[in-house]
Design a binder for this molecule. Structure first.
Ligand SMILES: [Zn+2]
Ligand SMILES: [Zn+2]
Length: 380
């Protein structure tokens, strides 16, 4: 029989085997192996790529309510001394998706043994960290066959204490886009700049110009971020650089600002091309839409959760982080919330060590929430 420890143990098993997006083979096998221990007639399973859809049938279903977890790890070498640390060199569950999966299985297990009126769909979604599994999963026949009417999810939050959950009606996470710029000039001897075309100088100008977009082109009340996180140019100290590569990310709270920023980036890059007589290319890479919490459903959840014993509810601000759960919420009403895991290290940090007591708290909270939804009229 499953106990809260079962799901802490499962979390540790997932933690040992972080895998990149769409390569969550061992993770998928581990989840399927666990699901196989449950009564066969109480859970129906479909797989899609490395993802899984697990349906727990209701007693007299009027609708299908979904809970989504992501599955992938990150290319980060783990720096914790945990006995269950990553066994996959160079990879780590540094974004809590191991906890997310354990929590999903904990909620699922409860309802396998204690069904409610409505169907419950558990979505194990690959590739949240990129290239993005939510959008293609939603377009799959497997998903369409079991498309839910409501959908919910959580994400661990290092900055909040255990027992705290935080969310807000409306936008929770930003629109995001990657940004890859390449500049190509002419190499030459460092001492003969007039015979070359230096892409270190061009790239330096461009980085500074890009920083004027948010400050000069975007409404200050509509938050936006442009970060160039990587800048590579040149091969040696006495050779003029032929190539420069600038990689970054764009985050906005509105699609309007995202479109405007992209337009301005193209204009500035064209200006660099003309001004430095070089060739340039821009690629937007992977894009995620905002996470938009259904205002009424979220407000109702927050009012309810504030009275759940042991839960401290915070109405938080928007975050400029991205989450491909936004694609589900674009089409299906629901919400996402932060789950406090009290660790001094942030998401994606090689030393992050979430407090595992949050697993049981989240399972218990969502059992209560789904049970409550089952008592409500279907419009609720
Ligand atoms: Zn992440
Ligand atoms: Zn994450």
């Amino acid at each position: 029989m499953a106990t809260p420890d079962t799901f802490v143990e499962l979390r540790r098993k997932f933690h040992r085997i972080p895998e990149p997006g769409f390569k969550e083979f061992k993770t998928q096998a581990m989840i399927l192996e666990y699901l196989a221990t449950l009564p066969e007639d109480r859970v129906q399973i479909r797989t899609w790529q490395t993802g899984i859809l697990a349906l727990v049938p209701g007693t007299a279903p009027r609708r299908r309510i979904a809970w989504r977890t992501d599955m992938d790890g990150l290319p980060i070498p783990e720096e914790t001394a945990l006995p269950f640390r990553s066994e996959h060199e160079g990879f780590m569950h540094a974004c809590g998706h191991d906890l997310h999966m354990a929590i999903a299985l904990g909620i699922l297990t409860h309802f396998v043994h204690h069904p409610i009126q409505d169907d419950l769909l558990f979505i194990f979604q690959p590739a949240e960290e990129g290239p993005g599994g939510a959008e293609p999963m939603m377009q799959s026949e497997e998903f369409k066959a079991w498309k839910p009417d409501l959908i919910f999810a959580l994400h661990i939050a290092p900055e909040y204490p255990v027992g705290t959950i935080a969310t807000r009606p409306g936008i929770l996470f930003a629109n995001t886009s990657e940004l890859f710029i390449e500049l190509e000039g002419t190499a030459g001897h460092a001492a003969r700049p007039h015979l070359a075309n230096d892409m270190v100088v061009a790239a330096s100008q461009l980085v500074l110009q890009l920083q004027t977009i948010v400050s000069r082109n975007i409404d200050p009340l509509d938050a936006a971020v442009i970060t160039i996180g990587e800048l590579h140019a040149g091969t040696r100290q006495n050779i003029i650089a032929e190539h420069a590569k600038l990689d970054g990310t764009i985050r906005t709270l509105s699609m309007e600002s995202m479109d405007k920023i992209k337009k301005r980036i193209l204009q500035l890059v064209q200006g660099i091309e003309a001004g430095f007589d070089c060739k340039a290319s821009v690629d937007w890479g992977c894009m995620y839409c905002e996470v938009y919490n259904h205002p009424e459903i979220t407000r109702r959840f927050m009012d309810w959760a504030a009275d759940v014993p042991g839960i401290s509810l915070v109405e938080c601000r928007e975050a400029m982080t991205g989450e491909d759960f936004g694609y589900f919420l674009k089409d299906i009403p629901g919400f996402m919330f932060w789950l406090g895991v009290a660790t001094p290290y942030g998401l994606h940090h090689p030393k992050i060590n979430p407090d595992e007591r949050a697993i049981g708290i989240a399972i218990d909270l969502m059992i209560r929430w789904f049970s409550r939804l089952a008592d409500q009229p279907a419009e609720a």
